[in-house]
Design a protein around this ligand. Structure first.
Ligand SMILES: Cc1cc2nc3c(=O)[nH]c(=O)nc-3n(C[C@H](O)[C@H](O)[C@H](O)COP(=O)(O)OP(=O)(O)OC[C@H]3O[C@@H](n4cnc5c(N)ncnc54)[C@H](O)[C@@H]3O)c2cc1C
Length: 443
């Protein structure tokens, strides 16, 4: 067994592991990191994504703090750009001699790991500071796991990755899943020349979508935050409807009330494209796929011999149980700002580099689990706001300088304008959000 010594042992070189490692390496030039991953390179789930994947939120906010990604604005990097970017970041840190990366290695627990290519090759690490779990989000993408429903052998069901190399000429397509992957698959089919009438889209539960304009620095002051709408709304339904009217949220069909909210983000153009698909199947989850039909919770869908089914049902980011981020010699990376996982991981890295006491660090980084239902919109808003307010009081400059922070792009002046404009509604909105979903004030 080989012996290694390091300050931080980071398990998982996905987006969160990279953002954390980058931050602590940047903050303290004496820090050394051992980083390992089952995969052959950094970037986590991006390595298995479908070729037409892009970020759904601006590249300007994505990646690590020490290295820009993309030309700025609302540009969305593609999956391959994201992977090239992570390779560059990794090489940059490897070249300093302060980061050692171990690809195709599996963590065994107790600071030991083993090569997946040679089971005899095992490492034991003396960790001087912390062991960091950067695998906790358990991201899944369709190409890495079988669907949860039953599939008859010989059925024409493919992962979204297969759409780019499928050689047949399907008569029609059935896209299964209404999340970010389903959206991408529908947009890809339309862009590749499919007529909307050729697509049937199975959406078990409609979700509210974020209008990407909300992330556009040029529209930040005009759109403002959601505080006004929440402060003035009487019910969850009324608030969601007014967020829709004010251009912050979108839904596929104005006649259907979404029950989910998972932060999927689209532009108005993409939304208009999606709305061209009329055959949206709202009959619950798929239970079984055969060569002739699809059985859903509330009905069946007939297939032809040439129907091609695209499985987009993997739960990319699941809602994970909360655990403290800082626990003695262990750090568990989790989102502390809603749907901003990389920003959260960098924030956790920053706190680690600035504060010694675990309870003080935990007070500034309470986990905000990934939202799933409409109610989670309010819970995650409250949690994010509390972390942001306490973080800004303590380390305002970090939020302004960090390229992963929206504040960096929106600018302090604009943020002040919004804060003054919304000074009354903010307190009311947070109290209303807590009351609507029954959460108590922080101790
Ligand atoms: C399609 C898609 C688009 C997205 N777009 C955006 C966006 O636009 N903006 C945004 O902010 N976020 C976006 N996200 C979310 C974000 O990119 C990350 O997915 C999220 O932060 C999770 O990253 P991660 O590092 O936690 O997980 P992963 O990417 O899964 O990385 C974890 C790594 O740990 C490794 N690992 C697991 N167990 C072990 C073990 N025992 N030993 C060794 N290695 C192990 C895995 O191989 C993996 O590489 C998107 C997510 C998806 C799925």
């Amino acid at each position: 067994m080989r012996q290694l010594e390091t300050d931080y042992l980071v398990v998982g070189a996905g987006a969160m592991g990279m953002a954390f490692a980058d931050e602590i390496l940047m903050r303290d030039s004496s820090v050394r990191v051992v980083l390992l991953d089952r995969r052959a390179g950094p970037g986590g789930h991006w390595n298995d994504a479908y070729p037409y994947v892009t970020l759904h939120q601006p590249a300007a906010f994505y990646g690590v703090n020490s290295e820009p990604l993309g030309p700025g604005g609302t540009y969305l990097a593609s999956g391959s750009e994201v992977l090239t970017y992570y390779e560059k970041v990794l090489r940059k840190w490897e070249d300093t001699g302060r980061l050692q990366f171990f690809p195709r290695c599996e963590y065994l627990g107790s600071q030991r790991f083993r090569s997946l290519m040679n089971r005899e090759s095992e490492y034991s690490v003396t960790v001087k500071r912390k062991t960091v779990d950067a695998t906790y989000m358990k991201v899944t993408v369709p190409s890495t796991r079988p669907p949860k429903y039953e599939v008859e052998p010989g059925s024409n069901l493919v992962a979204p990755n297969e759409l780019v190399r499928f050689r047949g000429s399907p008569s029609d397509y059935v896209v299964i899943g209404g999340g970010k992957t389903g959206i991408d698959a529908v947009l890809f089919l339309l862009k590749s020349g499919c007529a909307p009438e050729q697509i049937r889209w199975v959406i078990p539960h409609d979700a509210w979508l974020i209008d990407r304009a909300a992330f556009d620095p040029a529209r930040f002051v005009e759109l403002g935050s959601q505080m006004q709408e929440i402060a003035e709304g009487d019910s969850i339904e009324a608030i969601m409807a007014s967020l829709e009217s004010s251009g912050k949220l979108l839904r596929l069909d104005p006649k259907v009330r979404p029950t989910k909210y998972r932060c999927a983000t689209v532009s108005r153009d993409e939304w208009e494209q999606l709305r061209r698909v009329d055959q949206v199947v709202r009959k619950g989850r798929v239970q079984q796929v055969t060569r002739e039909n699809i059985t859903l919770e509330q009905g069946t869908l007939q297939l032809t011999q040439d129907s091609l089914l695209v499985d987009c049902t993997a739960d990319g980011l699941a809602k994970r149980p909360i655990r403290p981020v800082f626990e003695g010699a262990e750090i568990t990376l989790q989102a502390t700002f809603v749907c901003q996982q990389v920003f959260s991981a960098a924030w956790i890295g920053y706190l680690e580099s600035r504060i010694a006491d675990d309870s003080k660090k935990n007070a500034l980084s309470r986990p905000v689990p990934h939202p799933e239902f409409v109610e989670d919109y309010f819970a995650t808003l409250v949690g994010t706001n509390e972390n942001l307010t306490s973080g800004l009081k303590r380390f305002p400059l970090w939020f302004v300088r960090s390229r992963l922070s929206a504040l960096h792009y929106f600018g302090v002046r604009a943020a002040f304008r919004i804060a003054i404009r919304e000074r009354k509604s903010q307190g009311q909105a947070l109290a209303k959000a807590k009351a609507l979903i029954g959460i108590e004030d922080r101790p």
